[in-house]
Structure formats: structure tokens, C-alpha cells
Design a protein around this ligand. Structure first.
Ligand SMILES: [Zn+2]
Length: 75
């Protein structure tokens, strides 16, 4: 079984094997904290994709702004 500490790495790894994927899904089923994290990652990914799809160079400052916004951090 995955631990919560391993989940972020698995969530951001696009090359998970099938067993790894199953383990991740099993963990997400039982762990609400990691499910929330997965939702944040998905929203962040979607936000960046939308920006990248405008075929403009990705501005690191904007990317950070987006990620801060989605992760709910405030200055
Ligand atoms: Zn967890």
C-alpha cells in the first residue's frame, strides 16, 4: 500500500506501471486527503494546459501565479 508521502510523486509521474496505478487508485479510494491533492493537481494541470494551448511561451511567473491560486495560497 502506498503511503501519503509517496502519493504526490505517483500523481505527477506520467509513466506509472499498471500495478502502480492500481495502488494509487486504491490509496485514493480510502484517503480523502490525497483525493483532495489529486483534485488540486488536476486543476493545476488543466489550467496550465489551457494556457499552453494558446501557443504562447509559458511565463514562469504566470505559471507560479496559477499554481498558487489553485493551491489556495495567499501572500
Ligand atoms: Zn493519502
Amino acid at each position: 500500500m502506498l503511503t501519503c508521502r509517496e502519493v504526490p510523486e505517483e500523481l505527477t509521474n506520467p509513466h506509472l506501471s499498471f500495478p502502480q496505478r492500481l495502488q494509487l487508485q486504491a490509496h485514493l479510494l480510502i484517503c480523502t486527503r490525497c483525493r483532495a491533492l489529486q483534485a488540486q493537481f488536476a486543476a493545476l494541470h488543466e489550467g496550465l494546459q489551457r494556457y499552453v494551448n494558446k501557443s504562447e511561451p509559458l511565463d514562469p511567473a504566470l505559471a507560479e501565479k496559477i499554481s498558487r491560486g489553485y493551491l489556495g495560497e495567499t501572500d
